[in-house]
Design a protein around this ligand. Structure first.
Ligand SMILES: Cc1cc2nc3c(=O)[nH]c(=O)nc-3n(C[C@H](O)[C@H](O)[C@H](O)COP(=O)(O)OP(=O)(O)OC[C@H]3O[C@@H](n4cnc5c(N)ncnc54)[C@H](O)[C@@H]3O)c2cc1C
Length: 814
């Protein structure tokens, strides 16, 4: 078939993901679609997948997508006439340690909260369902009856057939060699067989995704790794309905496969593959079996399933799959190029993710926005440096194994560290900082003893840093603490139209006098919160915006998109230009006063304002604002001045009991004040009314703002869910996220973020409550008896619409 000269959407890659995107575009009525595959459908990674289709993911929305995949595969054969091999056999995960069982039980609570069927099993019950299991060291197990398995090749062909039946064109043996664009928008592709113009192009090129992205100047951080399984000789009596078995402690999974067992692994040290680029002729790739590599893994699998000791192996399989730095796939429109979408980097769960990912990406392309909060997998979470090959190769060594490793709270990656550092990094390290990483940025999470080399000792209980962090927290509440917050994202919008452009974006009124700071959200048309930031008016025609490190790419992209063509306003990302020091606590003013002649009195320098002041020998922007709920200043210091400013602060701070403090203390402090965190407590599906942020909405400002109509409608109808602060009555239990919230014995919500509050003295959380679709009133909230489910046990809790600490914010404003 000759290629058409134009298609509305061109999809690059005919693996299961590309075929699913094509299928779902057709379902949405978008049939002018051309899928280009350089060789044959499924020839990349898809053909050799084991075909496990699990449903429980780390977040509600990703679980919903995986659930949808299962439903889709279940009906695909009926719809298309193409067999898929899908079978809903269920899955069992066994725990060989108490900690692992806690992880499984926390997962079971989460599953319940997400509406998945789940059962806790005793070791004996697990063996009843999986007779070949050795349970000597098994502490417990979890059973998910709706999990399944499928044949990846047949399922892909079924999706392709469904797409073709609806009018999608699929061309094999056509390689895309270039991406065409003009004025920041994609315009088409070049292939070995000619040019095709397109309104949208979708990169579903699997492990080639980084290279295809590079053709368009788009960063797609993924790297291939070798991935191993074996298939045994036939084993007598194996039922085709045997559930999938996972033993994460032995890095192993087990699946019945036509009377044999398929046993695969997620080993702690993986083997990155093709670091100089995927070979051009690679198709149906099978890599050499590395017996030395899998031997210790095999030994672990044999301990769990002893019949393997006496069973021969028919197939030693080793095939490549792509992994991302954080083990989450990459989805959505690329910030670098309009109309260029990505669905790649599936971290060994591409078969079970393809249905849901294909559906939401099709919606995204057709509707112009994501259909739900997909932040966990949104490609805009990535920092541009993350396409660096060496970084990806080194991280991949660890990334594969992390899928089955303990998912400890606060767990930090160990590979490819030290990439992005604050200019104060070495000083903090010498002072005993233990660093965590966000988008490659090293940030002090807590401080051990000066000169020590502190490290994490993980558990589900109080970890080894608990008391260190508690001391930092108390210092901020009682004296003064110093945080290095240099990782903040910082943007400047400058120009004659800056106030008008930003005024339209911000729900709050930013047309304030020079030096004013405004806390605000950027909303979408549906009233959902796209970004949470502070805006400081630096000059009549210039604004400084500050948001978080994790959202730097996303927020800057959002800002740039919002500037209308022809507007006299230019946006610049100045994140790297400034260090930020948070000087926080009741003594912060007195300490700062020893280093500046500026008048720091509340009359001259009230809360919510910002001034450029002398500090030591430098000039810095001091902003009276806080994320911890105390009197305090964020100091914006040009990077080359940061060390001298830090030194004078630390030196002068001695007589005030200044304490260096890290992000764990910051989190504890903000939780007591119920300050929201974008990405956890607020996101694009939550409105300011639901999130309790109506105080930051300027309902009547001239010209309105994006999202106002949706908010007005919601205000009229009453919010159906509301964010509350929650405190556990049992001070020994800890909250992290996604724990179910029960009201009078009915499931009404889940924890969006949790942390121990050292001043309140118990674990705190934030979470949305829903009243079965009816408006959530203050009376309804007050009338409930609450419990939070922690690791499958319900713990009584109290709930409040106001923060537990200083609800009137008197300490902040004094
Ligand atoms: C051993 C192993 C076991 C696995 N087990 C499971 C499992 O049990 N469950 C599960 O969910 N997942 C599993 N996976 C992962 C799963 O196989 C992948 O995540 C999934 O197949 C990825 O699909 P894809 O469509 O993104 O990529 P691919 O299948 O690799 O498709 C990408 C396609 O793009 C094409 N392409 C590349 N460049 C171009 C170009 N320039 N022009 C045109 N076409 C191009 C390629 O030829 C290829 O066909 C496993 C993986 C491995 C290796």
């Amino acid at each position: 078939m000759g290629l058409p000269s134009h298609a509305r959407v061109v999809i690059i890659g005919g693996g299961i993901v590309g075929c699913s995107v094509a299928y779902h575009l057709a379902k949405r009525g978008c049939t002018d679609v051309l899928l280009l595959e350089r060789r044959q459908l499924t020839c990349g990674t898809t053909w050799h997948a084991a075909g496990l289709v699990g449903q429980l993911r780390a977040t509600h929305n990703l679980t919903r997508l995986a659930q949808y995949t299962t439903q889709l595969y279940e009906g695909l054969e009926r719809e298309t006439g193409q067999a898929t091999g899908f079978r809903q056999v269920g899955s069992i995960a066994v725990a060989a340690s108490k900690a692992r069982f806690e992880e499984l039980r926390r997962g079971a609570s989460m599953a319940r909260c997400f509406g998945l069927e789940v059962q806790l099993l005793s070791p004996g019950e697990a063996r009843e369902r999986w007779p070949l299991l050795s349970i000597e060291d098994v502490v417990g197990a979890v059973y998910l009856p709706k999990d399944g398995r499928t044949n990846p090749v047949d399922t892909t062909q079924a999706l392709a057939r469904g797409a073709r039946n609806a009018g999608v064109r699929i061309a094999e043996n056509v390689k895309v060699t270039a991406i065409r664009s003009a004025h920041g928008r994609v315009t088409g592709v070049a292939t070995e067989q000619g040019e095709v113009r397109a309104d949208a192009v979708v990169n579903c090129a699997g492990m080639w995704g980084r290279e295809v992205g590079a053709l368009a100047g788009v960063s797609v951080p993924l790297h291939a790794a070798e991935h191993f399984y074996i298939v045994t000789e036939p084993i007598a009596g194996l039922s085709p309905d045997l559930p999938i078995l996972r033993d994460a402690d032995a890095c192993s999974y087990f699946k019945e496969d036509t009377g044999k067992l398929l046993v695969g692994w997620f080993e702690p040290r993986a083997k990155p593959w093709a670091e100089n680029g995927i070979p051009a002729d690679s198709a149906f790739e099978q890599l050499p079996a590395d017996l030395a590599h899998i031997e210790p893994l095999f030994a672990g699998a044999m301990r769990r399933v002893p019949v393997l000791e006496s069973t021969g192996v028919q197939v030693f399989f080793n095939g490549p799959e792509s992994f991302t730095p954080d083990d989450r796939y990459l989805l959505g429109e690329a910030p670098e190029l309009r109309g260029f979408y990505v669905a790649a980097g599936f971290n060994s769960i591409g078969i079970q993710s393809a249905g849901g990912a294909g559906k939401v990406l099709a919606d995204w392309i057709v509707d112009g926005h994501a259909p739900s909060d997909l932040w966990d997998v949104d490609i805009r979470r990535c920092a541009p440096f993350q396409r660096n090959r060496r970084y990806l190769r080194d991280r991949t060594v660890e990334a594969l194994g992390l899928l089955y490793a303990m998912h400890w709270p606060f767990r930090q990656p160990e590979t490819a560290r030290g990439v992005r550092k604050s200019v104060l990094h070495d000083r903090l390290a010498a002072a005993g900082a233990c660093f965590g990483e966000v988008a490659g940025f090293e940030r002090a999470n807590w401080f051990g003893a000066p000169g020590s080399a502190p490290h994490y000792e993980y558990s589900y209980g109080r970890q080894n840093w608990f008391e260190f962090s508690a001391a930092e927290h108390r210092a901020v509440r009682e004296r003064v603490g110093l945080f290095d917050q240099s990782s903040f994202a910082k943007f400047v919008l400058k120009g004659r139209d800056a106030a008008a452009v930003l005024g339209r974006m911000c729900a709050n009124d930013i047309d304030v006098p020079v030096g004013g700071i405004v806390y605000t959200q950027w909303l979408n048309e549906r009233g959902g919160i796209e970004a949470d930031l502070t805006v400081t008016r630096e000059a009549h025609d210039s604004y400084l915006m500050v948001s978080s490190c994790a959202t730097q790419t996303r927020d800057f992209d959002f800002l740039c998109r919002a500037i209308p063509a022809g507007a006299a306003a230019a946006a610049v990302d100045v994140s790297s230009a400034y260090a930020v020091l948070g000087l926080m606590g009741p003594e912060s003013r007195a300490l700062l006063a020893t280093l500046t002649d500026a008048d720091l009195s509340t009359a001259a320098f009230p809360f919510g304002t910002s001034q450029i002041i002398d500090l030591g020998y430098a000039r810095v922007r001091a902003s009276r604002i806080t994320y911890v709920g105390e009197l305090g200043y964020e100091l914006y210091v040009p990077a080359e001045f940061a060390q001298s400013v830090y030194d004078v602060l630390v030196s002068a701070g001695k007589s005030f009991g200044l304490q260096l403090a890290g992000y764990h203390a910051l989190n504890s402090l903000r939780m007591e004040k119920a300050y929201r965190h974008w990405g956890h407590d607020i996101g694009e599906e939550d409105t300011p009314l639901e999130a309790g942020l109506q105080f930051a909405v300027a309902w009547n400002k001239p010209g309105g703002f994006v999202g106002l109509e949706a908010l007005l409608a919601q205000r009229e109808a009453g919010a159906r869910r509301r964010l509350v602060a929650i405190a556990l009555n049992d001070v020994d239990r800890l909250l992290y996220h996604n724990e179910p919230i029960w009201r009078n014995g009915v499931l009404v919500g889940k924890i969006s973020s949790g942390m121990f509050g050292h001043t309140i003295g118990t674990a705190l959380g934030l979470g949305y409550l829903a009243n079965g679709g009816a408006p959530v009133s203050v009376e309804w909230i007050a009338a409930g008896n609450y419990e939070v489910e922690v690791a499958a046990e319900r713990v009584p809790a109290r709930v409040s619409l106001r923060p537990f600490y200083d609800p009137a914010s008197e300490r902040v404003k004094r």
